[in-house]
Design a binder for this molecule. Structure first.
Ligand code: ADE
Length: 253
C-alpha cells in the first residue's frame, strides 16, 4: 500500500511512523510513505501557503493553489488513484471499521491542515473524505495522519509477526474491548495471575476471556454492546461477571 502525506511538516509524520510495526511494514515492502510539502508548490519569494480569512477573525487559512499543485504532484507520482482523506475535527470519527476500509485501498493521500483550516473550495473539489481522530482539537492534522498510518500499516498482510494478534485486538471481529493479559511471575506483590489462565483448560480460558471482554466493554464502553444481539450464552457470562464485579451501568435486559 502507498500512503502520500501532504503537509507543511511531512517529515514529522514519516518520523513518527518510522518505528516499530510501521517501520517494519516499510522494510518489508508492505507500505511506502511519501511526503509532499505545499510550500514547495507556493509562488513568490515568501512561498506563502496561507492568508487571512475573509469575514475577519483570528488565524490563517491555507491557500487553494499551493495545496492543489501539491496534490496534483502527489497524484502524478503514481498511476494508482489515491483516495484523498482530509484530517480535521469536523470529519467522521475514525473507527476500526474505517481503518480496515482504508487498509484495503491500494493508495491513500492524507491531507493535513494547519492554522485555522483550509479554504473550503479546495476541500470540496479535492477531498473524498474527512476524518477526525476524536472530539478534541490538535494544532494540525499531522498527528492524526500518523495515527491513521499506524492503524492502517499494522493491518497490511505480513506486517505483524503473529498473524493472530490483529484478529484478537479490541474492536476487531466482535467489536468488544480486549480482555486483560498477564505474564510472569505468577505471584507478585501487585497480585496473582487469575487461576483459570494457569489451568491449561483451553475451553475454560476462552470462556473466561470472553466474559472479561464482555464485562469490560459493558462497564467501560456500554455504547459498544448491542444488547439485543447478545447470545443467551454471552448474556449469562455478562450477568455472572456483573454479579461478581458489583456496580456497573446495570444488567442488560
Ligand atoms: N486536526 C486537528 N484536530 C484534529 C482531530 N481531532 N482529528 C483529525 N485531525 C485534526
Amino acid at each position: 500500500m502507498r500512503i502520500d502525506i501532504v503537509s507543511l511538516f511531512p517529515e514529522f509524520v514519516a518520523q513518527v511512523a518510522g518505528h516499530g510495526v510501521v517501520g517494519r511494514a516499510q522494510e518489508r515492502g508492505l507500505l511506502s510513505l511519501h511526503g509532499w510539502n505545499p510550500r514547495d508548490h507556493a509562488e513568490g519569494n515568501y512561498r506563502r501557503v496561507d492568508d487571512r480569512p475573509f469575514g475577519g477573525g483570528p488565524g490563517m487559512v491555507m491557500l487553494i493553489d499551493p495545496l492543489r499543485a501539491c496534490l496534483a504532484a502527489a497524484r502524478a507520482a503514481d498511476p494508482a488513484p489515491g483516495r484523498v482523506v482530509y484530517l480535521s475535527p469536523q470529519g467522521r470519527p475514525l473507527t476500526q471499521t474505517k481503518v480496515r476500509e482504508l487498509a484495503a485501498e491500494p493508495r491513500v493521500i492524507l491531507l493535513c491542515g494547519r492554522y485555522e483550516g483550509v479554504d473550503e473550495r479546495l476541500l470540496a473539489a479535492e477531498v473524498d473524505e474527512e476524518i477526525s481522530i476524536g472530539d478534541y482539537v490538535l494544532s494540525g492534522g499531522e498527528l492524526a495522519a500518523a495515527v491513521v498510518v499506524d492503524a492502517v500499516a499494522r493491518l497490511q498482510e505480513g506486517a505483524l509477526n503473529d498473524a493472530e494478534s490483529a484478529v484478537q485486538d479490541s474492536f476487531e471481529g466482535d467489536g468488544l474491548l480486549d480482555c486483560p493479559h498477564y505474564t510472569r511471575p505468577v505471584e507478585h506483590a501487585l497480585g496473582r495471575v487469575p487461576e483459570v489462565l494457569l489451568s491449561g483448560n483451553h475451553a475454560e480460558i476462552a470462556r473466561w476471556r470472553r466474559q472479561q471482554a464482555l464485562g469490560r466493554t459493558w462497564l467501560r464502553r456500554p455504547d459498544l454492546v448491542d444488547r439485543e444481539a447478545l447470545s443467551a450464552a454471552d448474556r449469562r457470562l455478562l450477568e455472572d461477571f456483573l454479579g461478581a464485579a458489583g456496580d456497573g451501568p446495570g444488567t442488560p435486559t
